[in-house]
Design a protein around this ligand. Structure first.
Ligand code: C5P
Length: 316
């Protein structure tokens, strides 16, 4: 069967014609337990990932070479050459599947760069899903997850989405049993990013100096809270071992956290390696009010309201 006769867009999932558009969420870590530094330069993690409704969108079209264009967050700051995680993901998938990496890729970014929301990893996950469809390579979820893990520790989770436990260096993902509840988040986006490797190095330094807080324990209390519907219970179990490091590198974040809690958030914490701070709200209406107060407090570049959990990278 030739592909040319199909009306445009009819069979995007098989990628016969393209374009293929994929939407991918940002992540926060409800629990980010950082263990010792491993010999491969990564830290052993015990984390609970949570996908929230701030999205990037990647569109893949047929092309004669591999090209990338973008709009939105980070435009002009992010290199669009082969160092970009989108390009690396396309090359990795093509290499694995034995096809030519030919596509015209366009990225619409709403997830801030180096914000602790796994924006780069999200874009890599979206690229794998989009190019797999465009090229008709039809890999299994496990095969995609394997390629994803080589691209970055958070990439497998962003294919997965929802709420999930991450172990190893974060790449080993298993779903968490939770009630079908939506949680409401206020997301405070800072000016400028923070480097993830630098945050891990700072945590190692604080621990060596004996000035880091006690490491988070097991995830049991958080997992139990996710099985209930009470945001107050969940609020009491949120935690991030990288928070001290992010605060040491960006002391002004303490003001952001204070302002969110003063505005009525049940809890606030730094997302991943920061500098984004996220606040748990009792419900959607409360989240909107907290967002308005936080905006007025002028403690960050931008405030958004989001909910979670949401699905991972999906064709739309
Ligand atoms: O895996 P990813 O490329 O996202 O990680 C970026 C950097 O973050 C790593 O090079 C490493 O310095 C740090 N990292 C770590 N331990 C992890 C994950 C990331 O030290 N489990």
């Amino acid at each position: 069967m030739t592909e040319a006769w199909r009306p445009d867009g009819e069979d995007e999932r098989r990628g016969a014609m393209g374009p293929v558009k994929v939407r991918v969420p940002a992540k926060v870590n409800l629990h980010l337990g950082v263990g010792p530094l491993r010999r491969d330069g990564y830290h052993e993690l015990n984390t609970v990932y949570h996908a929230i409704s701030i999205y990037d969108e990647l569109t893949a079209r047929r092309g004669d070479t591999l090209t990338l264009t973008m709009e939105g967050e980070g435009t002009g700051e992010l290199a669009l050459d082969d160092s970009n995680l989108v390009m690396r993901a396309a090359h990795a998938l093509a290499g694995y599947a034995g096809v030519l990496p030919h596509a015209r890729l366009h990225l619409r970014k709403q997830i801030p760069l180096a914000g602790g929301l796994a924006g780069g990893s999200a874009d890599a996950a979206a690229t794998l899903v989009a190019c797999d469809a465009l090229w008709g390579t039809g890999l299994t979820r496990d095969e995609l997850a394997g390629i994803a893990a080589d691209l970055g520790s958070d990439v497998p989770f962003l294919i997965h989405g929802g709420t999930a436990l991450g172990t190893g260096r974060g790449e080993a993902v298993s779903p968490v049993l939770a009630r079908p509840t939506s949680w409401y988040w206020v997301v405070a986006i800072a000016d400028g990013g923070l480097s993830t490797p630098a945050a891990y190095r700072e945590l190692d330094r604080l621990r060596e100096a004996g000035t880091a807080g006690p490491p988070l324990g097991a995830t049991d209390a958080l997992l139990a809270a996710l099985r209930q519907r009470d945001p107050r219970v969940l609020a009491a179990t949120l935690g991030n071992d990288l928070q001290d490091a992010a605060l040491a590198m960006r002391p002004a974040l303490a003001e952001t956290l204070k302002a969110g809690e003063a505005a009525g958030a049940l809890a606030g914490l730094v997302s991943g390696s920061g500098p984004t701070c996220v606040f748990l709200a009792e419900n959607g209406a409360r989240a909107e009010r907290i967002a308005a107060e936080l905006t007025a407090a002028e403690v960050c570049r931008e405030v958004r309201v989001a909910h979670g959990p949401v699905a991972g990278a999906r064709i739309v």
